[in-house]
Design a protein around this ligand. Structure first.
Ligand SMILES: NC(=O)c1ccc[n+]([C@@H]2O[C@H](COP(=O)([O-])OP(=O)(O)OC[C@H]3O[C@@H](n4cnc5c(N)ncnc54)[C@H](OP(=O)(O)O)[C@@H]3O)[C@@H](O)[C@H]2O)c1
Length: 329
């Protein structure tokens, strides 16, 4: 069995990667501040703040069979990690995003599609292009800095541990039953990946020494089909989906995708291509996606553990939704 280093490991994807590597018998070391939560049982935590100079010096030169870095939006973090560990790591995975692509509108594109111009620095608050552009620069650093690197451009990651409140909005909302407002865009593309499936694939790729660049997301579907699957999995007997046209939602100040007063998974026309990528290469390389019903059950459990009445980062409040619903026929 191997020795794995997970840069992260205290929440969501990186924690799922650490848990998966442990389950497959590897020794797992995680690096984080420890602020987001504990590492999975059996992993060890090296406490470090990657914003501090020389943050990874304690690990410099240590041998790892595989390193997984989820640095969200920091080229210095990526460079520092490579500087400390690239020569002694057997394989290097960098988790990137589908936001790296220059054209987020056209469906069916693959990993060779043009990318945004790389940027050295940016802030998540600067929007998806800034995020994507820093990821482009980070990908380039990894590809140049390690001879056996894998770049996984993740799509919308959902399932247990998701703190973005996006996918989870729908299972939580549908479980309340009654008349639920949905965007009237049934044919809009949607593409999702369960965090556990993505983590399992990342670990399998590390074990195999797989290299290259992949769009890491599930099969193409539509918003109508996904919402129907969520509704069926939740099974609230009195649930009725009430579609409202995008123009009416926009006029009422409802945002697509994320944030307060939003309807998650709904995409502006300018960005629907990001949910219609060609993910056949990832599937051929072993990414297996579970049925959405399974993700829904785990997401609902997670939502309930967080408290379904909490102030959400994404979605409509019950009062906002009630004010927007057309009168019942
Ligand atoms: N969520 C999505 O739908 C989505 C979609 C596409 C791509 N992605 C990508 O997927 C990855 C998600 O990673 P994730 O789920 O593990 O979540 P994350 O929110 O990126 O957290 C990753 C880890 O970073 C650690 N961390 C944060 N600040 C740190 C610091 N200053 N020093 C050291 N460690 C620090 C956190 O631990 P502590 O707080 O304990 O330090 C945590 O363990 C990212 O690369 C993201 O860009 C996500």
């Amino acid at each position: 069995m191997g020795r794995w280093l997970v840069l992260g490991g205290t929440r969501f994807l990186s924690r799922a990667v650490a848990a998966e590597a442990l389950a497959r018998g590897h020794e797992v070391v995680c690096v984080a501040r420890g602020e987001s939560g504990p590492v999975p049982d059996g992993a060890s935590l090296v406490v470090a703040d990657r914003d501090a100079p020389g943050a990874l010096d304690a690990l410099r030169g240590e041998r790892f069979d595989a390193v997984v870095d989820v640095a969200t939006m920091s080229l210095p973090w990526v460079r520092d990690a490579l500087d400390a560990l690239a020569t002694t790591a057997g394989h290097w995975t960098f988790v990137s995003t589908l936001n790296v692509y220059a054209d987020p509108a056209t469906p069916g594109q693959g990993v060779d599609a043009p990318l945004l111009e790389p940027r050295e620095a940016g802030d998540l608050a600067d929007g998806p292009d800034a995020y994507g552009a820093v990821k482009v620069a980070s990908e380039q650093a990894v590809r140049a800095g390690h001879p056996r690197s894998l770049v996984v451009r993740a799509g919308l990651i959902c399932g247990p541990g998701d703190l973005s409140d996006r996918f989870g909005y729908w299972p939580a909302r549908f479980a309340r039953g009654g008349r639920a407002l949905v965007p009237d865009v049934r044919d809009q593309p949607v593409q999702l990946v369960d965090v556990r499936d993505l983590a399992a694939w990342i670990v399998a790729c590390g074990e195999e020494g797989r290299t290259g660049v992949f769009d890491g997301s599930g099969p193409r579907s539509t918003l109508g089909a996904v919402l129907d699957e969520i509704a069926a999995a939740v099974g609230a007997p009195d649930l009725v989906l009430v579609p409202l046209a995008p123009a009416a939602l926009e006029a009422a100040g409802v945002a697509p995708w994320s944030g307060p007063r939003s309807l998650p998974l709904w995409l502006p026309d300018t960005h629907t291509g990001i949910a219609a990528r060609d993910t056949a290469p990832a599937a051929a390389a072993g990414l297996r996606c579970r049925p959405i019903a399974d993700t829904v059950r785990a997401s609902l459990e997670h939502e309930r553990s967080l408290g379904v009445g909490r102030e959400r980062k994404a979605g409509l409040t019950p009062a906002e939704e009630a004010a927007l619903l057309p009168p019942a026929p």
